[in-house]
Design a protein around this ligand. Structure first.
Ligand SMILES: *[C@@H]1O[C@H](CO)[C@@H](O)[C@H](O)[C@H]1NC(C)=O
Ligand SMILES: *[C@@H]1O[C@H](CO)[C@@H](O)[C@H](O)[C@H]1NC(C)=O
Length: 401
């Protein structure tokens, strides 16, 4: 009973870490209050500023030291959070930036996400060759112009192979029960996934995978759909920020009030909220703390999830593989695939306060001068005053018309 109530407070992650520059006490106040009123327990990770990082502490390449100070501070703060996850050997952790917001119905959203992520991380079938699944191909409205530019290769698919979450699970309103003797996470075996990117400001549809045939539908390219999700605003409000011209491709690809769940291989922007498994934390800390880092962290993570670096290696690597094979004299072991999952619209989003400033290096900061949160209808931050007054009439930012 006790562990169950703790797990509920944690939203079913072992820890929730919040990145916060200690001098932004205003943000820590707001974050603490929003979490407390949602019965969520947090742990703060002190943010660092870019100019406090010694030159010798940067991974290659050398020019990353010339990046703006905010970007460098943000990178290091994310690394410190990942380092904590690895050091404490946490099975799973949710990492928040301190301007994160959520809908008051966050637990229901996460329960449904868990059903989707369990299927998407653990199912290894070729779905298109099994009669069990009712797949429907929808046209993909993405174009090279509207898709994310952080990815170099243009792997935009023609079709979106989709199937309802309800066709996979009979009762999509509860957390799935972990199987016996497995590391327990309702989001799927944490040795099978790296990143659950559930707080963002836009995501692309899955791209073609290098590990399966283009014509096969697998969990790497399928989109699970949840129709009539009352937490999803109608299409015309699906925008990541006020200056965005067109709505997100989600709005034209699926009926109103549809939430989708899929691999994050088509680019994702903003790291306002993402979960890592121990496996994911180790991989990311190795990649960006040690091996190499050279850009704003969300783009770097987006490229990592899309395996951009692996794609270049595959393209140039055939020669090296051949010369090494006789020396090694064993079957080359395929590295385990990177698994990043996302939901559209996101479950966590940026809240832009009045001043619209962000000290954590451009991540969601700078462009908004209005007090708002995109994507979240019953936003906790927008309703915070009512919530602390125990007013039951909360404001829906985008009622149906
Ligand atoms: C980390 O956790 C895993 C899984 O619970 C366990 O098998 C392993 O021994 C732990 N490692 C350390 C160093 O505690
Ligand atoms: C792979 O090839 C591309 C294009 O020729 C080149 O830009 C890149 O540096 C190469 N990468 C490696 C690791 O050799």
């Amino acid at each position: 009973m006790c562990s169950l109530s703790i797990a509920l407070m944690m939203l079913q992650f072992q820890k929730i870490l919040v990145l916060n520059l200690p001098f932004r006490t205003d943000r820590r106040d707001a974050m603490t209050l929003a979490a407390a009123t949602s019965n969520i327990q947090l742990e703060f990770v002190d943010g660092v500023t870019g100019d406090s990082i010694r030159q010798s502490a940067y991974p290659p390449p050398e020019e990353n030291i010339k990046l703006p100070v905010g970007i460098r501070g943000s990178w290091r703060t994310h690394m410190n959070a990942l380092q904590r996850v690895v050091e404490q050997n946490l099975t799973t952790a949710l990492i928040f930036e301190d301007d994160v917001d959520w809908d008051v119905r966050v637990r229901a959203n996460l329960q449904r996400f868990a059903l989707a992520s369990r299927f998407l991380t653990e199912n290894k079938e070729i779905l298109s060759s099994s009669p069990k699944y009712s797949l429907e191909n929808r046209p993909n409205p993405e174009t090279p112009e509207t898709a994310f530019h952080i990815l170099s290769e243009n792997g935009i698919t023609e079709k979106l192979p989709s199937m309802p979450l309800s066709s996979v699970y009979q009762k999509p309103h509860r957390y799935p029960q972990p199987h016996q003797n497995e590391p327990s996470s309702p989001y799927g075996d944490p040795t099978e996934w790296d990143v659950l990117w559930i707080g963002h400001c836009g995501a692309g549809f899955p791209r073609y995978s290098t590990t399966s045939r283009k014509t096969d539908v697998t969990t790497s390219n399928v989109l699970l759909t949840l129709h009539n999700d009352k937490t999803v605003p109608i299409g015309k409000y699906l925008k990541a920020h006020p200056f965005q011209g067109d709505t997100d491709p989600l709005a034209s690809a699926y009926p109103s009030h549809t939430r989708i769940y899929h691999r994050g291989s088509g680019g994702v922007l903003c790291t306002v909220g993402y979960a890592v498994s121990q496996r994911g934390a180790r991989r990311l800390l190795h990649q960006f703390g040690i091996k190499g880092w050279n850009g704003i962290f969300d783009s770097e993570l987006g490229r990592w999830c899309a395996a951009e670096d692996e794609k270049t290696k595959v393209a140039n690597g055939s020669k090296t593989a051949k010369t090494q094979a006789p020396i090694l004299r064993r079957r080359p072991q395929k590295p385990r695939e990177r698994v990043c999952l996302t939901s559209q619209p996101p479950i966590f989003a940026h809240h832009h306060p009045m001043d619209g400033e962000s000290d954590i290096g451009g991540l969601g900061g700078g462009y908004a001068t209005k007090y708002e949160t995109k994507y979240l209808r019953y936003s906790v931050r927008m309703n915070l005053e009512k919530i602390v007054r125990e007013d039951k009439e909360l404001v829906d930012q985008w009622p149906d018309e």
